[in-house]
Design a protein around this ligand. Sequence first.
Ligand SMILES: Cc1ncc(COP(=O)(O)O)c(C=O)c1O
Length: 486
Amino acid sequence: MHSSLDLSPEEFTQFAESAVDLITQHYQNLDQQAGFHPHTPTEVRAWFDEPLPLAGMDRENLLELVRSRVLAPATGNAGPNMYAYVMSGGNQVSTIADFLASTINQNVTKWHLAPSMTEIEKRVVKWGSEMLSYTPDAGGALVSGGSEANLAGLTVARNVFFRDLKIGQEGLFGQKPFTVYCSTETHNCTDKSLSLLGIGSNHLRKISTHPDFTLRLDLLEQQIQNDIEQGFRPFCIVGNAGTVNTGAIDDLKGIAAIAERYQLWFHVDGAYGGLAASLPSLRQHYAGLELADSIAIDFHKWLYQPFEVACILVRDWSHMRETYFKAADYLGGSLPQKTDRFEFNEHYFQLSRNAKAFKVWMSLKAYGFTRIQAMMEKDIALTRYLEQGILKRPELELKSQSHLAIACFRYRGQNLTEAQIDQLNQDMVPALEKDGRVFIMGTRLNGQFVLRACVINHRKTEQSIDYLLDVVSDVGAKLALEMKAK
Ligand SMILES: Cc1ncc(COP(=O)(O)O)c(C=O)c1O
């Protein structure tokens, strides 16, 4: 009989060393990692289709299974051939940090359960604020991703803005509909958040943008006035510090002025581009960010962290407690308060919480923020290089440009009609997935289907970008031939 789940020290060392060998091999092969391995769902399902294992298997065999069925066919988001979504590929120091964090397995919910991890998280929140030059009084919490950070920001916005209505206790019953404002380019997590918050996504006013995909302030103000006249209750404007489609940065100062004029909450979705506000070369484009009441930022994007870690920042840390605190005897609510202990469970929804801040803290300590900023600068320079490459190729057409690291473009080939180009680019996504050399997705801009290359990855080089363009041109040419042959 085993007395516990633990291995002997020798067995543990052996297992850990074998796992580290596997990890090292994986890192060594990243340069050659394909963007996507086109195994079918049936195939992948079959690898894992087995009854509950009642007896344990040999650990070395298990690692071999992991190598062949999990690491080898993994989607290449850590390598240089990934352009789909916003995937930053992680970093090695954080990989080790996650290993250490799960070893001590602290629960960052009450100070006495995780003293160092609690103080580290508080510090990382402050560092997040410092990166953006936000107020030194800012507070917040680390959360799973940009979506959750935006939900948290909008939750705090709703409960603090309507403090007098005691929404936390009374709900929204009998209130005039609240309205929230953002551009048509805003990420769908804002719609989802409003559905969850009882405000309703139909009360999200999506305002049209300028040709550079930034929010039109004139239309924003008109819509607010219109809503007031119609009996709605405007309460919050969401500005984008980097849109998901093109990386457009709204006129945050202009939005802040409108929020001030109508006494509204100003929330910024900086999940994609917020951290680039730390770059002196780009700072001017973020003027007004410091005026936000809450900001969502995402460390698994432009801080190159492994999933999942993002951060909600609020102007005043007490707003988190005001929103989330609920006393409970089993959490020590009836014990005398130790006021110098910060309790995360009183400042956020989750009770049990892992130590998300630890990998951020360790990697910032190991690399230093300046080195991380240099990687952001590199991503941005590579995106400019990509744009130049697109412009040089007559078969391609550049469709968006921003200050950040996303470029949208189309394959237009030769002598194709507009409808054919649109269809061909839609066909490009599954065709490129099947090809597998690079992984890139598409989106729609002004109704046109475009390919969208996101270049947040510290492992990319100019050669990776040339390779992307070669593959896109190659796959595009084959599809165009097939289309003409039909
Ligand atoms: C602007 C913006 N907001 C929110 C999100 C959602 O972030 P997450 O995927 O971390 O939930 C994204 C993701 O790309 C984004 O670009």
